[in-house]
Write a protein that binds this ligand. Sequence first.
Ligand SMILES: NC(=O)c1ccc[n+]([C@@H]2O[C@H](COP(=O)([O-])OP(=O)(O)OC[C@H]3O[C@@H](n4cnc5c(N)ncnc54)[C@H](OP(=O)(O)O)[C@@H]3O)[C@@H](O)[C@H]2O)c1
Length: 409
Amino acid sequence: MKISSAAVAIVAVVASSLSSSAYGFAPASSSASRSVNLSPRSSSSRQSSRHATTMTTTLRMSASSFNVGIVGATGAVGKEIVGVLEKRSFPVGALRIFGSERSAGKEVDTKFGRVTVELFSESSARECDVVFLAVDGDFSLKHAEAICEGNDGAVVIDNSSAFRYKEGIPLVVPEINSDATKGKKLIANPNCTTAIGLMAIWPLHKLFGLKKMVMSTYQAASGAGQPGMDELMEGTRSVLSGEREVAENKIFAHPLPFNVIPHIDKFQENGYTKEEMKVTWETRKICGLPDDFPVSCTAVRIPTSRAHSESIVAIFDKPVDVALARKALEEAPGVKLVDDIANLKYPMPLTATGQYDVEVGRLRKNIAFDNALEFFVVGDQLLRGAALNAVVVAEKMVENGALKAKAVV
Ligand SMILES: NC(=O)c1ccc[n+]([C@@H]2O[C@H](COP(=O)([O-])OP(=O)(O)OC[C@H]3O[C@@H](n4cnc5c(N)ncnc54)[C@H](OP(=O)(O)O)[C@@H]3O)[C@@H](O)[C@H]2O)c1
């Protein structure tokens, strides 16, 4: 009988979990396991108790631990996926990290032990129960379907835009449409800007019925990944040190330090950018709205490091009531109402960074349109817009049975 390395890993971890943890969360201490450093990584980000409660429920429902793979864990999103799995105590049996030649062989310290980055191959990724893809769209187009194909493939949760608009592939913000994951093996995680905005829009849509939406964004450098963040930091340093008058740019179309750039992703024939059209296309798909539903966005890059901000004008079918809207936002999972202008409290990237909840504030009746609300939303795009969303999708799939630990052969 052939026993795969994944099966060996699962056996080792399940055995260790039986003795040390009800949910298979404690790392194995056997030298046979490749991820056996027991020192937990320190946690810097804050998280909401509402999410922690959700995960406790999930864990109680799940007797299994999972063989989890991450492709791109050295990048901006992938690093956060490791952190979210750790902080939410996702029942990781064995963690496997895959990268390119650039990072293969490097070691990554995680709460699940020290993991050596493996050179990616479809066959290794298929051995996992669930694989988070945090690489670009071309990579996902090439490999995602092959990783999840057949009964013995892995569930794939893809952070790129490769499959977001493909019929039959769910595009999921779990607080809105997690049911769409039932019976599926390939799930698309939404564009970060869309995911953040919809956390505020969805409870208001349920209350008043969304008719149109206009969004203007203020997006952080890390939206362009680790290289984008590095370019902002290095460019700012070079200007402040007097080394250069204007920073160099390779990642962004223009120097970002001390500038704003009204251009993210490629320009389309209609004059919008692809980033802007993603907000339109993805709002329609996630919220189950018609294909011609009117959503317009202007996406702007600003020289902040992390967390995207959005000014939203939402026009509704029904007359709006600010007090009711406020209550709905206060009660919405994944949302934190930060709206106390007397005390200068409103959403900002500095306060939203590292938070699981999206901050919503500056809530007011818009004076230019009937039945319209205007508000400001800030969310950590690496968390709600990527890593957190992906891990909560996996949690929901454990709950609804779409994600199961593979049987040991
Ligand atoms: N940044 C954001 O705010 C954000 C938000 C939502 C979604 N996304 C999406 O998430 C994905 C990742 O974005 P990111 O910002 O994290 O990018 P990033 O910081 O540039 O990281 C890219 C990762 O991909 C890995 N990689 C590249 N080529 C590979 C290959 N051939 N085989 C295996 N691994 C490979 C890199 O690993 P090596 O070092 O080994 O090359 C690196 O870990 C993208 O599709 C992006 O559009 C990003």
